[in-house]
Design a protein around this ligand. Structure first.
Ligand code: FAD
Length: 538
């Protein structure tokens, strides 16, 4: 490319300066660089009908996290002699308009495997190539190039973590240090008539501010991400001994894991830089844990789900998804609402759902418990419905990882031991017998004696009165009886698995309908969900 031309750096994820090959390339031999972020109504338009403040796709906590990340990015760009140009509208249209108006010769953006960006990028790339604009779109959101792994595997994604590891090997970039700082950026060129704004506030986007009590304690941005990374790896013993799923899901004052997921989601932290920092720690330790349980192993889980998600048509739904078991889940909106609104009557489950709403983050095992409870453990509600709630409320909401884990937890794919169910009563008790986590997120139960905190409906009326929490009035009775619900769920899953085996992956809508009818006819009246609901315990 001739020197003296302009580049457009399109930020979407990858909201960072360190290890950002697209930004580095944009800066090379350009006399001006336009760093652009487009506020996309698809994710950001307020939805007054949503079940909590936010847009239809993102809760306000994640929107705020993104805005904080943009403010931080803008401030870093300014230190390098540039700034962030914020525009609003359909990103494809906005970018094409900017390319034309600014006579851009080079367009740089991080490659994105999410279906939404795949479709968007085709449109923009088509325009750019017809207009003779160079496009540079490197893989830097993940450790590996998903397409390369799929190609190595004969065109299909590996479906187990171990086979993924074998195919992946060592990342090609890992042997040399990554570029983590920039000393300078070319200035921003003339922006012409394009409508540029500063990073908006949540109010300017049309949202009401929410109280501090409802806000996530995690602040967005690359500066926060790097600070958190440094704090996480300071204790080298902790890094070397990290072993998941060990770790306390009820720890909230000091979470048992890094809480770097929201920063990885938006690319405020490079997963490659995180990986390199971890391997540097390992080099100086006598011993360290290994995948799948180590911290590096966690990053590899992330890449695993990215690869399977990228190579599996309809990965985010049951129908038409060849790796997903076809199961006659129910569509019970009442049960779904009880789960989503933390009204199941099981304090462990409800406390986790409150943490989701308020913090947008929960420990991995806490996510296991509520996902299992909604689907194969107790309520038998479709995993896609739970996925939607997580997708909207998590600040680390990530298309590939979220769908992958919901497929896993609902025993629809990857994991098939549907007899192994998390108890909504005893699982949390193992870690937190006093129920401190429950008391924090469900203050209505704060005075319930520890003997009853996981099963408050068993507390005698006098104890409930003393604790100022009458079950059925101040806090709900259990929405289902766990003991009968698990039996029902297991029975349904056994039948569904048998059907999937018999029809060898070609279960139709009609087959599922028939099975649903049969399951209803065979239903044990004692464990019928609606009856179980009516004769609630307590
Ligand atoms: P750490 O244990 O410190 O791990 C470091 C990083 O490794 C994480 O930040 C994350 O990027 C990655 N990682 C860890 N566990 C997993 C995993 N099981 N699968 C893939 N990557 C992993 N994680 C998301 O980032 N976004 C989601 O939308 C998401 N949805 C989930 C839904 C369900 C039902 C379940 C069970 C898990 C989900 N997870 C999701 C995975 C996991 O729970 C979180 O990544 C993790 O709890 C984040 O906390 P951390 O950063 O402290 O993790």
């Amino acid at each position: 490319m001739a020197s003296g031309s302009s580049s457009l750096m399109w930020f979407r994820k990858g909201l960072r300066i360190h290890d950002n090959p697209a930004l580095q390339h944009a800066a090379k031999e350009s006399n001006c660089v336009y760093p652009v972020f487009v506020i996309d109504p698809y994710f950001m338009e307020p939805d007054p009908n949503a079940f909590s403040p936010g847009s239809s796709r993102a809760g306000l906590n994640r929107i705020r996290f993104l805005l904080e990340s943009l403010v931080d990015l803008d401030s870093s760009l300014r230190q390098l002699g540039s700034r962030l140009l914020v525009l609003k509208g359909d990103p494809g249209e906005v970018i094409i308009r900017c390319l034309k108006e600014w006579e851009v010769k080079r367009l740089c953006f991080e490659y994105d495997t999410d279906p939404y960006y795949q479709a968007l990028d085709i449109k923009v790339k088509n325009y750019a190539s017809a207009a003779g604009i160079e496009v540079f779109s490197p893989v830097s959101h993940t450790l590996f190039d998903s397409a390369e792994i799929i190609q190595k595997n004969g065109g299909r994604p590996p479906l187990s973590y171990q086979s993924f590891l074998k195919l992946a090997g060592q990342p090609s970039w890992a042997s040399s240090p990554l570029l983590t700082t920039l000393s300078w950026l070319p200035p921003v060129g003339d922006v012409g008539t394009c409508e540029i704004s500063n990073v908006p506030t949540v109010k300017e986007l049309g949202y009401e501010e929410i109280g501090q009590d409802e806000s996530t304690p995690f602040k967005g941005g690359e500066s926060e991400a790097l600070k958190r990374l440094r704090e996480s790896i300071r204790d080298k013993e902790w890094v070397a001994n990290f072993e998941k799923p060990k770790g306390d899901p009820s720890a909230f004052l000091k979470p048992a894991t890094t809480v770097l997921s929201p920063y990885l989601k938006f690319g405020c932290l490079s997963s490659r830089y995180f990986y390199q920092c971890l391997t540097d720690v390992y080099k100086n330790m006598k011993w360290h844990t290994s995948p799948p349980v180590s911290l590096v192993g966690q990053l590899l889980w992330r890449d695993f789900f990215y690869t399977v998600g990228f190579g599996t048509p309809n990965f985010d739904r049951m129908k038409g998804n060849r790796i997903c078991k076809q199961i006659p889940w129910n569509d019970d909106d009442e049960l779904l609402a009880a789960w989503r609104e933390a009204r199941t009557g099981y304090p462990w489950i409800d406390a986790i759902m409150v943490q989701l709403r308020k913090w947008g983050w929960m420990h991995h095992l806490a996510r296991h418990c509520v996902a299992c409870f909604l689907t194969r453990g107790d309520l038998f509600v479709h995993w896609e419905k739970g996925r939607d709630v997580f997708e909207r409320l998590l600040i680390d909401s990530d298309w590939a990882i979220n769908n992958g884990n919901w497929l896993w937890l609902s025993c629809s794919s990857f994991f098939y031991q549907y007899n192994r169910i998390y108890s909504p009563i005893s699982f949390g008790k193992k870690y937190d017998p006093n129920g401190n986590y429950i008391r924090h997120f469900l203050p209505i139960l704060k005075d319930m004696p520890k003997e009853y905190i996981y099963e408050p409906w068993t507390a005698p009326p006098s104890i409930q009165a003393k604790a100022k929490c009458i079950i059925g009035k101040d806090y709900p009775k259990p929405v289902v009886c766990h003991d009968s619900a698990i039996k029902e769920c297991k029975r349904k899953l056994a039948e569904a698995y048998a059907l999937n085996k018999r029809l060898d992956g070609s279960v139709t809508e009609e087959d599922l309908k028939k099975l649903r009818r049969k399951l209803e006819e065979d239903e044990n009246p004692e464990s019928n969900t609606s009856r179980t609901r009516q004769k609630l315990i307590g």
